[in-house]
Design a protein around this ligand. Structure first.
Ligand SMILES: Cc1cc2nc3c(=O)[nH]c(=O)nc-3n(C[C@H](O)[C@H](O)[C@H](O)COP(=O)(O)O)c2cc1C
Length: 528
């Protein structure tokens, strides 16, 4: 059958102009998932010299983030040189320093061939001030460079550096020195480090940087300044801006950091009050237990849910140094954990060998005691102290010490009656402190952390009468958990063993857990 031919009328179809759908540009940066290269474990910065280059190197080599302490590195460096630079490490680092004339000046001034006599005191250095002497700046740059350079040696993984915000005066030159050595992360707590991200941006670009100094009683802002050009020999080296992690103790502080910082905050570390070192004071009216330790309550609880909602990677610290705890932190939505105490007792830590052995033995027998001393630190923050005979935790040792303030890292700047900046520390001789306008009640129970922490790492100052500065060790409440790393009857362990044990329950699950990092249902909302 032949079908009739149908003449279809030519339909001039109107050309459809499809409206251009401009897809809204998604700002993915806020939702950026933590990359695989972000560490599950951050070995927390531990000053002075506990997290020395050797410890950070071992942790980074093991694939996690090793962090050196940047606190008082200039003094530590000078004391290493005065002890004859055992092993030749400082020399090796100085040889790699980009400004060789400066490196030579530092070496020539402080190196003592063969080391100083054991009974001789270490040289004293000019204390830090708002306007730093060139010699002080050079020491800060070279010593921070050396610590990071050595920690980075022998592997390709990132290394971080930790500073305490309260120790402000060395910041700019220290950070620049660490950046010259290619530091990958800067971590800072013990204060509100709002200005550090901007400082990192400026220094990475080779620009001058300024840092606001807290000066009690000052009517106008006081800034510290640092211009890399003033110190460079030739062209400025090209630098990479390190990631910045703020160490925080509350949701408010976390939000403040993200909203008001002068540059990018790449992540947050939440430290609970059981962590070693300094702790944030409890909120509200101070309550203490029978022993005089501060009591933390409901108001000190952090909401992990709110922390997660901020959309940046975060790590949990304080009692996370035990197998199973990394898994727990990830389940709560964290990228991982920051651990201090367990690492402070490793073979690679800078803690003096006799102190380390004593603490390992205490932990092994589960008899370690930790006291939260709300008075000891001149910063006014509670400070965790390991109870050990013969150290500053011992009342007799504390009372026997004549007050001297010769290192001055914790000195507070204040404006005096003549509108000049003065400096005072609540642990200095009481009469001096009062003469500088300090209050007597603030001196009660204050301990010289500067001198004790240097004693902790085997570089105690020796006084004219032959008296040697005593140690005062800090560890977290969870000290006895270190027993879990002592296996096969051994009373010691390495940093790699800690990493291995901590990672044992997450190693094979990374791919599975990653997508849930910011939306894990049923997570526990709070912990202390
Ligand atoms: C010996 C020691 C020294 C510490 N020093 C510092 C420091 O200088 N700066 C800092 O931000 N945190 C410091 N901390 C805190 C650690 O970086 C880390 O956050 C904390 O130890 C984690 O809790 P944990 O001790 O329960 O593992 C220190 C901790 C210890 C044990």
């Amino acid at each position: 059958m032949e079908l009739p031919k149908i003449d279809l009328p030519k339909l001039d179809l109107p050309k459809l102009e499809l409206p251009k759908f401009e897809l809204p540009k998604l700002d993915l940066s806020r939702f950026e998932m933590p990359k695989f290269e972000l560490p599950r474990i951050i070995q927390g910065g531990m000053g002075v010299g506990i997290s020395k280059w050797r410890l950070a190197q071992a942790v980074s080599k093991a694939g996690q983030l090793g962090v050196v302490s940047g606190t008082a590195l200039d003094t530590l460096f000078v004391r290493r040189l005065a002890d004859g630079d055992q092993g030749g490490y400082m020399k090796r680092a100085l040889d790699a320093f980009p400004f060789q004339e400066m490196a030579r000046r530092v070496w020539n001034e402080y190196f003592v061939p063969g080391g100083k006599p054991a009974e001789a005191p270490y040289p004293t250095l000019p204390v830090h001030q708002a306007k730093q002497q060139t010699k002080v700046v050079e020491l800060l740059m070279t010593s921070n460079f050396a610590e990071v350079f050595l920690a980075r040696d022998g592997h390709k993984n990132p290394v971080g550096i930790n500073f305490l915000e309260k120790v402000q005066m060395p910041h700019l030159a220290s950070i620049y020195g660490a950046m010259l050595a290619g530091v990958g992360y800067v971590l800072m707590g013990a204060g509100i480090p709002l200005h550090i991200p901007g400082v990192l941006d400026a220094l990475a670009a080779g620009h001058p940087a300024a840092y606001k100094l807290a000066v009690a009683g000052a009517a106008e802002d006081v800034y510290m300044n640092f211009n890399p050009v003033d110190y460079a020999e030739g062209k400025l080296p090209e630098l990479v801006r390190p990631k910045f992690l703020a160490i925080i103790s509350s949701n408010t502080l976390a939000t403040t950091m993200l909203r008001r910082a002068t540059g990018k905050v790449d992540g947050l570390v939440y430290e609970s009050p059981i962590a070693g070192g300094h702790n944030a004071p409890p909120r509200g009216k101070l309550q203490v237990n029978e022993a005089g330790e501060p009591i933390y309550g409901e108001r000190d609880r952090i909401s992990i849910e709110d922390l997660r909602a901020l959309g940046v990677p975060f790590w949990l610290a304080g009692g996370y140094g035990a197998p199973g705890k990394v898994r727990e932190a990830i389940d709560l939505g964290a990228t991982g954990v920051q651990v201090g105490t367990a690492f402070s007792l490793t073979e690679e830590s800078g803690l003096r060998e006799d102190l380390k052995q004593e603490l390992l033995a205490q932990a092994h027998d589960r008899r370690g005691q930790v006291f939260t001393d709300r008075l000891a630190s001149p910063t006014g923050f509670p400070f965790k102290v390991a109870v050990m005979e013969g150290t500053g935790s011992d009342l007799a040792v504390y009372q026997e010490r004549k007050r001297v303030c010769d290192l001055g890292y914790l000195r507070e700047a204040y404006m005096d009656a003549n509108q000049k900046i003065g400096y005072r520390c609540a642990a200095e001789p009481v009469a001096n402190y009062l003469a500088k306008g300090g209050k007597e009640e603030d001196t009660v129970g204050r301990k010289c952390l500067c001198n004790s922490l240097l004693a902790n790492v085997g570089h105690a100052q020796i006084r004219k009468n032959g008296r040697v500065e005593a140690a005062l060790v800090t560890v977290g409440d969870d000290l006895n958990s270190a027993a879990e790393f002592m296996v096969d009857g051994k009373l010691n362990y390495s940093a790699a063993e800690v990493v291995d044990r901590l990672m044992s329950r997450v190693r094979d699950e990374v791919a599975e857990t990653e997508p849930g990092l910011f939306g894990h249902p049923g997570m526990k909302p709070a912990f202390v």
